[in-house]
Structures are given as C-alpha cells and as structure tokens.
Design a protein around this ligand. Structure first.
Ligand code: GRF
Length: 202
C-alpha cells in the first residue's frame, strides 16, 4: 500500500478528493502526513478531520530553497512517505526533494500541459481563447510543470466563462483524476521512459 505525503498551501480540495477516494475504497493508500508551508491553510482542517497528522513548515527564513527542501525531505522520510503529492503547493521544488523521491513526486495542474504552465493557468487559457481546457497530473521535475504526464482530462470552454466558472469545471476533473493517477502509480501500472510516462496495459 502506498504511503502518501501531501503538500498544500491553501484550500486543499484535491487533498480532500484524495482522502475521499481512500475512505470509499477507490484508492488503496494511506496519507501519512499533510505538510503546509502556510500556517492557516484551510486544507489543514480536512487532514485533521480525517485523523491525518499535519505539520506546518514555512518556507521563510531558510538560507536557500535547497535547505527548505532538505527539511521537507526529513519530514517526509520520518513519516515513511513513498509518494509525494503536491496539491496546490505554491513552491517550486529543487532537485534536493525531487531526487530524494525519484519519479515519486506528483503534481496536479489546471491546464492541458504543455499549454499554460505556471500561475493563473485558467486565466491564461481564457485570455488565449482556447475552446478546450483541462487539467494534468504529472511527475515533477526541476522545470516547473514540465514532467512526464500521467493523466489529462479536457473540459469545454463556454463563451460566457469567467475564471471562476472555468476553474470550477476544471477542478471537478482534477478531483477525479488525481486519485486515479495515484492509484495507477500505486499499482505499478506505468513507467517513465525518457520524458514520457507509459502506462502498462493490463
Ligand atoms: C488546483 O487548481 C491545482 O490544479 C493547482 O492549485 C489548485 C489547488 O487547489 N495546482 P486545492 O488547494 O487542491 O483546492
């Protein structure tokens, strides 16, 4: 069974979706720890409600990003985490963390990568005028939002969409996709080859 460490900075709705998938048996995993870099992240309450230990580790005050990541690695290892799930964690990771968990750091991003990486992906999609938007679950590499893609889901963009309505449509798909991607990885249903994640047929 996979032991997850989930990193958040805010709302934590993807964390909630992961916890719900575990609770109703869709996902055979355990969340060992939820780490937030923001002390009052609302998502921390979802973890506590599910009986999951939480830790707050601010990114502030460290000499370098690498030092902060080394602290995160320590905490994740202390909880025997074998898959790190970024769920709205608003920090760029360095190779200190990424190399400590090779091909074992996942992220969910609210666009069909490689379109619209970085912040405000839904705003970028609307400004560009795309007719199809979506979300991506991918493995994390040191280049932001550029790692091997595990799963993607598309949603239509409506003429009257605002950032809020489009984000809500995308978020529903994130909540379905993220637990599913974790399940595939937990079941060893794929492997990384070059920059691609290839799913093994069953
Ligand atoms: C999601 O849109 C996710 O794709 C992005 O940050 C947001 C986090 O939302 N990386 P939540 O905290 O999981 O509700």
């Amino acid at each position: 069974m996979l032991t997850l460490g989930v990193l958040i900075s805010g709302r934590g709705s993807n964390l909630q979706a992961i916890l719900a998938a575990i609770a109703d048996g869709r996902l055979h995993a355990r969340v060992a720890v939820v780490i937030s870099n923001v002390a009052d992240a609302p998502g921390l309450a979802h973890a506590s409600a599910a009986g999951v230990p939480t830790e707050v580790h601010s990114h502030r005050g460290w000499p370098s990003r690498e030092d902060y990541d080394a602290r995160l690695v320590q905490v994740l290892r202390a909880h025997q985490v074998d898959l790190v799930c970024l769920a709205g964690f608003m920090r760029r990771l360095t190779s200190v963390l990424i190399d400590a968990f090779p091909n074992r750091v996942l992220n969910v991003h609210p666009s069909l990568l490689p379109a619209f990486p970085g912040v405000d992906a839904q705003r970028q999609a609307l400004d560009y005028g795309v007719r199809v938007a979506g979300c991506t679950v991918h493995l994390v590499t040191p280049t932001v939002d550029a790692g091997p893609i595990v799963l993607q889901a598309a949603v239509p963009v409506a003429d009257g969409d605002t950032v809020e309505t489009l984000s809500a449509r995308i978020l529903r798909e994130e909540h379905r996709l993220y637990p599913e991607a974790i399940r595939l990885i937990g079941e060893g249903r794929g492997r990384v080859e070059g920059r691609r994640w290839l799913s093994d047929p069953r």
